[in-house]
Unconditional design. Structure first.
Length: 190
């Protein structure tokens, strides 16, 4: 997606050879126009997949997921990372090892919002080693619902996540695919 690649080149900051900071438009400040374009692109790629629900993880997945949900006309659930006092329903839970925090945490959703008939699209901001996406897929499987695909805003293709998810049979659609962050420079897979 050209507009996203340009934004990454212009405003992304390479923190190391495997971490990209995009606080200017996705992870802290959010660019609504770009998010709308991202939502349209996900919707175009998955429009024939019969999606009934989108699931993401707080906080950075929410903006692109909501925009995709708006375009596809479906509800969006975000998994909570922290125990919430108001999340008192029966929960589906999964453990996720965080690439950026290097700690394991539990993510959870209420079982009220996802059902066995649902065809679910997973959306997240980044794909590194695939653990967040796998955790979200786990929640969907606990509900006996179907994982229709995984939509990623920024994939770091030099890490293991994409192959892991493809080997498990998931469809992966990434809007920007980064080949390398070496020498403080972002290069894309064309
Ligand atoms: P994975 O679970 O695929 O290893 O990592 C994906 C998760 O880690 C995403 O939800 C994202 O929040 C975070 N993440 C992974 N790599 C990066 C990165 O380069 N920059 C930022 N800002 N977050 C990342």
């Amino acid at each position: 997606m050209h507009a996203l690649e340009q934004k990454i080149l212009n405003e992304g900051i390479v923190l190391s050879n495997n971490v990209l900071k995009v606080d200017a438009f996705l992870n802290h400040q959010i660019d609504p126009v770009l998010m709308q374009q991202i939502g349209k692109e996900f919707a175009a790629r998955f429009k024939d997949a019969g999606i009934t629900k989108i699931i993401t993880i707080e906080a950075s997945g929410i903006a692109p997921a909501v925009m995709a949900g708006l375009e596809l006309g479906v509800q969006v659930i975000f998994a909570r990372k922290y125990q919430s006092l108001t999340l008192k329903d029966d929960l589906y839970r999964a453990k996720v090892y965080s690439f950026t925090k290097q700690t394991e945490s539990t993510i959870a959703i209420s079982n009220k919002h996802i059902h066995a008939t649902d065809k679910v699209l997973v959306i997240d901001d980044f794909l590194a080693n695939g653990q967040a996406a796998l955790g979200l897929a786990d929640l969907i499987h606990q509900a006996n619902a179907e994982v229709v695909g995984i939509g990623i805003v920024i994939e770091k293709s030099f890490q293991t996540g994409r192959d892991l998810l493809l080997n498990k049979g998931y469809r992966v659609e990434s809007l920007a695919r980064i080949a390398s962050l070496d020498n403080e420079k972002v290069t894309f897979i064309k």
